[in-house]
Design a protein around this ligand. Structure first.
Ligand SMILES: [Zn+2]
Length: 318
């Protein structure tokens, strides 16, 4: 058994295990792989440390670094199942807390990475509760509702937190779900095609400034969003289970739409069907036919009854 190390820097709140070990290694003038070797761990990479691939390592790390195995556990990602595996970004984070990042820089010369920065369902920093930011700088061409309309955005955030918790629960335990919230996200990020404007803005004529191809179904469900899209699309990329959108603003809006959608799928879907164009409706019906039948059932709970009613009426006419 390796003797406990004499000096160990404190981990930051929510710090990822590999980030902390790399900082400890630096204190002793070592690289991370040299520390792994010194601690006699079975892990051979950052990924195997952070994803708990070797359960025995947890006790060895706890012993050498004088913390509990539970604390080591909380610094790693819980293993995810199925399509949920894509909801952990690796090897690069998808987001960052600018405030915590600035604080870390005042405390250490080493790079610090927090666990939540890699999780698609984490919208706010676990340490300071601020909204997480994209890794890249602001794009001037893309609207930032968080900065331009903070009141509206904070309302959306409340819904997004509900959507995010559903996605997290699904990623950890998909067997408890009749249909996948990730499939719903894919549905919500589909394009509407030319909108039926008169259906929802009876007094406003189409002014030719909206690009219908850029509208997502999600935008039809989020209160107030249709009015904020005159200049640039807020949800530019499609969500796919194997490739979740990395745009942080788009992700938050999609999660908000997911919560509103899941609250009453049939009513939300009826609202969407009023507005999307016929061609897109047919495309989506085809897509739905390849998804879990439970999803189609929740979208149109009366569809079987309606079909039977039509059938009976045809028989009566004969
Ligand atoms: Zn923070």
């Amino acid at each position: 058994m390796v003797q406990p190390l004499p000096f160990i820097p404190e981990p930051f709140f929510d710090e990822l295990l590999s980030s902390w070990l790399r900082r400890i290694a630096a204190e002793y003038g070592m690289a991370l792989n040299q520390l792994i070797e010194y601690l006699q761990l079975e892990a051979s990479s950052r990924a195997s440390l952070d994803y708990r691939e070797h359960p025995k390592d947890c006790r060895r790390i706890a012993n050498a670094l004088r913390i509990s195995t539970k604390e080591v556990d909380t610094m790693t990602h819980k293993p995810l199942q199925g399509a949920g595996k894509q909801l952990l970004s690796w090897p690069f984070p998808i987001q960052v807390c600018r405030a915590c990042d600035a604080f870390h820089r005042t405390q250490t010369a080493q790079k610090v990475q927090l666990k939540g920065w890699f999780e698609y369902w984490t919208l706010e920093c676990g340490a300071c509760r601020r909204s997480l930011s994209p890794l890249t700088g602001p794009k001037l061409k893309i609207a930032n509702p968080q900065r331009e309309d903070p009141g509206w955005y904070s309302e959306i955030l409340t819904h997004a937190r509900h959507g995010a918790s559903e996605v997290m629960r699904y990623a950890r335990n998909p067997r408890f779900f009749a249909f996948s919230p990730l499939a719903c996200l894919e549905l919500l990020s589909k394009r509407t095609g030319p909108l039926r404007y008169n259906a929802y803005k009876p007094n406003v004529k189409f002014r030719g400034i909206l690009n219908p191809e850029n509208h997502c179904i999600a935008e039809l469900l989020i209160p107030g969003l249709s009015d904020k899209l005159d200049q640039s699309p807020l949800i530019p990329s499609r969500w796919r289970s194997d490739h979740p959108t990395k745009d942080v603003t788009a992700r938050t809006l999609l999660l908000a739409a997911l919560a509103l959608f899941l609250a009453n799928p049939a009513s939300a879907w009826a609202k969407v069907q009023e507005r999307i164009c016929y061609t897109k409706g047919v495309e989506i019906d085809f897509w739905l036919s390849r998804q879990s039948p439970h999803l189609a059932q929740r979208l149109s709970p009366n569809s079987t009854r309606t079909k039977s009613a039509e059938h009976v009426s045809q028989l009566l006419q004969l």
